[in-house]
Design a protein around this ligand. Structure first.
Ligand SMILES: C[S@@+](CC[C@H](N)C(=O)[O-])C[C@H]1O[C@@H](n2cnc3c(N)ncnc32)[C@H](O)[C@@H]1O
Length: 214
């Protein structure tokens, strides 16, 4: 999936993935994922998700990475914050309140301090299978040994609909070394995504996973 695909989606306002509510899995499961820790949270491929704000309001330092400058500008504008912006290697580093967003390619993002927590909603599933292993490896390189994360995936018949979002079956997760994936909750999600039914799906499961580096 080339970067211009996503720039084009933002340019055309084809951002059906963006939600005006906090994700259910974050609200229900974040406390058990964070274990009450107040450290920094990595949010890869963050878009302009309101979940960034929710995490910040819980006292976390939040660090997103997002390709689209348009998404980043909209995030801060809608939050009514005026961010600073500086160059950081190949990325632009935006910051306001306790949310920092690095604008650029996630694979160019490097950190000096490992993250103890991460939140992935619509990041892994945004990538085709041939990119997902590289994504998981890079995410792993950013995390502390005792990190934990919340991952939200979709499962559906990939033959019935093209991604993104892609189906990431449970057995695929088992193929990624370096992480243990524990299913926390699985939900029927078709009713929440009528557009996917129109695209041909008759079954859609949304899964919340606790992810632990091993
Ligand atoms: C499906 S959207 C999900 C956004 C956000 N996680 C949410 O829940 O609303 C995927 C986002 O990843 C961004 N993206 C795609 N590839 C990327 C990459 N290589 N590096 C950084 N961001 C990327 C896209 O611009 C898009 O905003």
């Amino acid at each position: 999936m080339e970067t211009h695909f996503w720039h084009e989606r933002w340019h055309r306002r084809e951002i059906g993935f963006h939600r005006s509510e906090i994700h259910w899995a974050l609200k229900r499961h974040w406390d058990e994922i964070s274990g009450g820790r107040a450290g920094r949270v990595m949010v890869p491929l963050c878009g302009k998700s309101l979940d960034l704000r929710w995490l910040a309001e819980r006292g976390h330092g939040v660090v997103g990475v997002e390709l689209s400058g348009r998404a980043v500008e909209e995030f801060y504008r809608e939050w009514k914050k005026a961010p600073t912006c500086t160059r950081s290697g190949r990325l632009q580093h935006w910051r306001a309140g306790n949310v920092e967003i690095f604008e650029g390619d996630f694979f160019d993002y490097l950190n000096d301090e490992p993250f103890q927590m991460f939140y992935d909603r619509a990041a892994l599933v945004a990538l085709p299978q041939e990119m997902r292993g590289r994504y998981i490896d890079h995410l792993g390189s950013l995390l502390a040994d005792n990190a934990s994360g919340l991952l939200v995936t979709f499962e559906y018949d990939q033959a019935s609909m093209d991604g993104p979002p892609f189906s990431v079956p449970a057995d695929e997760l088992g193929d990624y070394p370096g992480f243990r994936f524990e299913l926390i909750e699985r939900r029927d999600a078709l009713a929440d995504h009528p557009g996917f039914a129109q695209r041909g799906l008759t079954d859609l499961q949304e899964c919340a996973w606790r992810v632990i580096p091993v």
